[in-house]
Design a protein around this ligand. Structure first.
Ligand SMILES: [Zn+2]
Length: 259
């Protein structure tokens, strides 16, 4: 989509900072309507943010055609994206950007957008659905069983509370089976896909740089989407996405008009 960063009066227009902010348009940009001093504060924020990231940045996760969740030498073809956020404290002690979980406030949050192949997405989704599938099958079967009058009656003949006990046992079985099967499947899938994102080389590197996963639970759960986030800080594919001030000045020197 064409980007409309057309406010050439903005102190950040055409700079690396503009490229790194990677807004769709000047409208809605944090620098919109700000003076030079305020823009300097934004510049400082963006520079601090980028200094905290691994040197190669995070765009390598989504710019290639291959899946970056696959393990091994031959990743599958990217067909969607898997996104999850990591947060970092602001080393300058400011805490204002995002407060979501456990009362934890992060100074900076970056979306990690993994290019994802069909197989990796299915593995994650199957693991996500597994508890529900198991619950529906087992509780459904138990319910069918105790709702048959002949069965219910023979159960009640043994003990009045037995039909209810059967349902409770079925619920317990669902819980146990979900746990066990999830662990077995996760271990199996993990041979091909990074099922624990904290094992991923880039995430490991970010963890060592002081970033934390945003969200609760033992394993970070990514969100799957066909289209990646294309605008906002941390989403620029290359740092040359913004119109270049140098190129613009060259045009001016040549005496050519522009809008
Ligand atoms: Zn994959």
């Amino acid at each position: 989509m064409e980007q409309e960063r057309s406010n050439r009066n903005c102190p950040l227009w055409g700079t690396d900072i503009c490229a790194q902010l990677n807004m769709r348009a000047c409208r809605g940009c944090p620098a919109e309507g700000k003076d030079v001093r305020e823009c300097d504060a934004i510049r400082e924020d963006v520079e601090t943010f980028h200094a905290l990231l691994p040197e190669e940045g995070v765009h390598g996760l989504f710019t290639g055609e291959g899946c970056t969740l696959c393990r091994g030498e031959n990743p599958g073809q990217r067909e969607s994206y898997s996104i999850f956020d990591m947060g970092h404290d602001d080393p300058r002690g400011r805490q204002k950007k995002l407060s979501l979980f456990r009362g934890k406030t992060f100074g900076f949050v970056v979306p990690l957008q993994f290019g994802c192949c069909k197989a990796c997405r299915r593995r994650y989704q199957l693991l996500g659905w597994l508890p529900m599938i198991i619950t529906v099958v087992i509780l459904g079967a138990a319910l069918l069983l105790v709702s048959r009058e002949t069965v219910a009656e023979s159960l009640r003949n043994v003990w009045r509370g037995l039909p209810l006990l059967v349902m409770l046992l079925a619920a317990g079985l669902c819980f146990l089976l979900s746990k066990v099967l999830s662990n077995v499947l996760r271990a199996r899938f993990n041979r091909y896909t990074y099922m624990d994102l904290r094992d991923h080389p880039l995430v490991r590197q970010m963890l060592s740089l002081g970033w934390e996963t945003v969200g609760e639970g033992k394993y970070p759960q990514p969100v799957f989407t066909r289209k990646r986030l294309a605008y906002g800080i941390g989403t620029a594919a290359f740092e040359t996405d913004a119109p270049s001030r140098d190129a613009d000045e060259k045009i001016t020197e040549n005496g050519e008009k522009f809008d």
